[in-house]
Ligand binder design. Sequence first.
Ligand SMILES: Nc1ncnc2c1ncn2[C@@H]1O[C@H](COP(=O)(O)OP(=O)(O)OP(=O)(O)O)[C@@H](O)[C@H]1O
Ligand SMILES: [Mg+2]
Length: 384
Amino acid sequence: MAKNESTAPALILVVDDEPVMCALMREIMEGGGFAVIEASDGVEACRRYKEHHPDLLLVDIMMPRMDGYELCRELRSRPDGAYVPIVMVTALDDVSSIARAYDAGATDFMSKPVDWAIVNYRVRYILRAEELRRNQERLIAAKEVAEAANRSKSQFLANMSHELRTPLNAIIGFAGMMNACTLGPLDDKYVEYADIIGASGRHLLAIINDILDLAKADADKLSLVEEKVDLVKVVYRASQIVQDMARRARIHFASEIDGPLPKVTGDPAKITQILVNLLTNAIKFSEPGGRVRLKVERAPNQGVAFCVEDTGIGMSADDIKIALEPFGQIDAGLTRRNDGVGLGLPLTKRLIELHGGTMEIESKRGKGTLVTVRLPEERSYVSV
Ligand SMILES: Nc1ncnc2c1ncn2[C@@H]1O[C@H](COP(=O)(O)OP(=O)(O)OP(=O)(O)O)[C@@H](O)[C@H]1O
Ligand SMILES: [Mg+2]
């Protein structure tokens, strides 16, 4: 049916050397709204197939010159006949010819004498199954095109990020030298400006690094530098990084390690990044006076869980879906007031998945958010 306009009737090729059988088939099928063409043997059927490309063939087995099996094999060997539905019409109890028909590539069979009452239903059903198969094929092709486009995008982003980082490092480096007056005294205003240039450069570099990491993750090229990680040190480092930010935002921040933690196999820089991203979100999206808590614990046989809880603005279930998309930000007051581009959460999720872990977000608008990250038990290797 894909070949015809959707309003045009499906075209059926009836192949039978008995004119009476052909006439009966035509009568029944035209009555059911199909268009019918005929052939009296396999050779003629091949020719008619090439000319008309019917949507389905009803094929008798025993015919002169080229029989039904041979016709079936011939069509299946052609690129344009590989999937066309071929229904073989066989004698009622003839199991061996049914088996041979399937071996030759037939789609289905119909027993003789034909039950005329159900022929049209049967044909419609087979045509629908074929239409579903074609739709699936189209979807797979569209998905492959989309994936190829996504790969090109990731490659482009990776190249661009690399090209942007090189000059940025020069900007940050020279701004630092000027800020420190390495080559001699500078006017105070220039020192202040050099500081702003350096800070802006570092901010831009952080964004570019996130874009690069996400592009790499999309292209399955983001990898871990694994070692035995002391989680106490990682929690301490992440807490140190966000402490100052929490103080400036007047958020009460506390971290707590519940019970002895195992060491885990993982990438310490990336686990730190996971915690820093979640903690900066918790601080950024809480009003002054709010509380942010990081709790780490070992769940029996379930690995290690990191819980980042805040009393901030929270998110609805729909907001969470947006937040997990690259560049997804929720249009609430605090989001607009804060800087950031919306890459932290999707990147964090990828980094956790690279460790074989999971991230769960529980949140309610106006109530706060709890993000739980779990690293699997297989990553724990020593109890201390
Ligand atoms: N703890 C939270 N409470 C409320 N909203 C949050 C929280 N964490 C994330 N969000 C919402 O999800 C959005 C996406 O978060 P994400 O960390 O990806 O981006 P960002 O923090 O805006 O920018 P970036 O992390 O790239 O600097 C945020 O802009 C915010 O709207
Ligand atoms: Mg963030």
